[in-house]
Design a protein around this ligand. Sequence first.
Ligand code: GTP
Ligand code: MG
Length: 421
Amino acid sequence: MFLDEAVVSVESGRGGDGSASFHREKHVPRGGPNGADGGRGGSVTLVANRHTRTLYDVRLQQVLKAGDASNAFLNRSGKDGKDIEVSVPIGTVVFDDVDGEMIADLATEGAKVVVAKGGRGGRGNLHFTNSVRQAPTFAEKGEPGESVRIRLELKLLADVGLIGLPNAGKSTLISVCSAAKPKIADYPFTTIVPNLGVVKIDDVTFTMADMPGLIEGASEGHGLGHQFLRHIERTSVLVHVVEVFPVDGSDPFENYQKIEAELLAYSEELANRPRCVALSKIDLSIPELTEDITAKLEAEGRIVFPLSAVTNQQITPLLYWIAERLKEQPEIEEPTILRPLTGKQTERGYEVEIQNGNFVISGRRVERLVEMTDLRNTEAVRYLHRKLERMGVMNELREAGVDSGDTVVIAGWMFEFKDWG
Ligand SMILES: Nc1nc2c(ncn2[C@@H]2O[C@H](COP(=O)(O)OP(=O)(O)OP(=O)(O)O)[C@@H](O)[C@H]2O)c(=O)[nH]1
Ligand SMILES: [Mg+2]
């Protein structure tokens, strides 16, 4: 796994229990209910922050856990649990690690997503009074916190991406265009994480990312494959760096075709981005050879910039071309929160299934209802029963053929079915 990826467990805090209590005053033997509510459990929020550069700190954590709330005591409310905010780099994409669905794309400074929402505080008995039940002896328990596993991926946000085979001269190019100081060496796979540089040409400033070398089969995950192709998804302009005179004796034109094929296989949309070829290391070539390859690439419809980063030849025409292309590009979109994690889990649906003769009810809302019920208190159980009746759960059970005395299982609790009708 790379530094720009992290899988973490996230837990929100549980809500505090509500209390069941009654006014006590001199001369008043039994006052009205006054039980207070439990506190709200802490939530876990991810926030995009430009001072955070990698997901390294997140990866060091086993669990990101917010605080539990405290229970209400008599007529005093419980304290809320501590929320936690975790800083992640701008460009972090959040996935549900279980179903792989994307939850949020934190593409701008300050973009936030709640990944685990704190449990609601249980309501005190005061809430359960009505015309017939004036002195409820029960209160609601706090809602349990959520526990989810999320996967974070950092997608670089750069205007321009430098792509090409290993050793093509990408890092050297970014080092002469910007203040970036990437590692440069005469062997392949020198760059293992993308380097970001800021380029200034006249009054235009843009960011450039130097990608690790791609190899044949990258689109199927070979080499560093998808890991890095995904970084270029968010660049507006691509510069394909092709070595004019490869030391390994390979053919520059075939090399060019290999990478182009990978791009196309990875994403057609990506392959259609504005793109040019930087024909690198022309100081190692002879003019005839350089011209020959340039002509071949131009015949493919490519714009070609023969250049040398070492002798600093012909770099500016490339930068002007990039600046022009960027002017034509739309601004980067707003952050997208596709699906707050908690949204999916509060779905209203439930299911009744018969397992080994037991009637098993599943569905988050129903399970939470049971988890928040003080099952030792008959009055609370009756209240639960009525709620389930109103939700239609009881009818569904009857339709499934439940009989008095049968066992109903909800959230791991077993109930004996009794039709109070
Ligand atoms: N003569 C000459 N050598 C160059 C030029 N550009 C890069 N090189 C050399 O080519 C080798 C590879 O350069 P890098 O910039 O590390 O190549 P890269 O594409 O970043 O390679 P990876 O990170 O391994 O994918 C180094 O030895 C560089 O000094 C150039 O314009 N002229
Ligand atoms: Mg490199």
